[in-house]
Design a protein around this ligand. Structure first.
Ligand code: FMN
Length: 215
């Protein structure tokens, strides 16, 4: 049974507005501005984003991953290359990302195509991760069914012993992906559901075109 009060949860968004002028013509630069504002506002898990992918039966799947870098080439995250999401991305590179920063009443939706980053980039990030996370990349067959938690813990011990006293190298099955955007929408909550939505789409001649959407 659904909780009777869920339908009554309601919030009016009062903090800010968003104008065409303010957004400018460089959506990545504007994303970076909003990201640093969210970071300054101490948004929880500010770099957590929903990643939506599609499988070979056209079914969508969504989960959170962490943004690890953003520049004009796109939005980077790291994962297991044998995971469900990787199988999906490898068979269909079209994907979407969503950030929700409730403390600022903001959402950013990003759509585009995904490709693997270079091995050198994956190495660079892998080697700054804490040793425990590096071991985890070896120990966890991400997205595979396992019979119990003990399987994971035994794997962890096995690799801990294997790499004792040495640097843990990056497993080939772990690395980065970058989503290169072709659409980015900035959403700012406003009172009475009259929100601001400003959207960018990449034209065929690789220029951003900007328009406002009804909320
Ligand atoms: C806050 C948060 C951050 C996460 N960050 C990552 C990440 O950066 N990379 C990753 O592979 N999984 C991350 N996960 C786990 C994924 O949500 C997911 O469980 C996992 O990647 C397996 O997804 P898949 O089976 O669809 O491939 C995170 C989960 C949460 C809740």
């Amino acid at each position: 049974m659904s909780h009777p009060s869920i339908a009554h949860i309601r919030k009016d968004y009062m903090q800010a507005s968003l104008s065409e002028v303010e957004v400018g013509m460089e959506p990545i630069a504007f994303f970076q501005k909003w990201f640093s504002e969210a970071d300054k506002a101490a948004v929880q898990e500010v770099n957590a984003m929903t990643l939506a992918t599609v499988d070979t039966s056209s079914r969508p799947h969504a989960r959170i991953v962490l943004l690890k870098g953003v520049d004009d080439s796109g939005f980077t995250f790291f994962t297991n290359y044998q995971s469900a999401k990787s199988r999906e991305v490898d068979s269909n590179p079209h994907a979407a990302l969503v950030f929700f920063w409730p403390e600022l009443e903001r959402q950013v939706r990003i759509e585009g195509t995904i490709s693997k980053v270079t091995a050198a980039e994956s190495d660079e990030y892998y080697l700054v991760r804490p040793r425990g996370s590096r071991l985890g990349a070896w120990a966890s067959p991400q997205s595979e069914p396992i019979s119990s938690r003990a399987v994971l813990e035994e794997n962890e011990k096995k690799f801990e012993a294997q790499f004792e006293g040495q640097e843990i190298p990056r497993p080939e099955h772990w690395g980065g992906y970058r989503l290169q955007p072709n659409r980015i929408e900035f959403w700012q909550g406003r009172p009475s559901r009259m929100h601001d939505r400003i959207c960018f789409e990449m034209t065929d001649n690789k220029e951003w075109q900007k328009f406002r959407l009804a909320p």
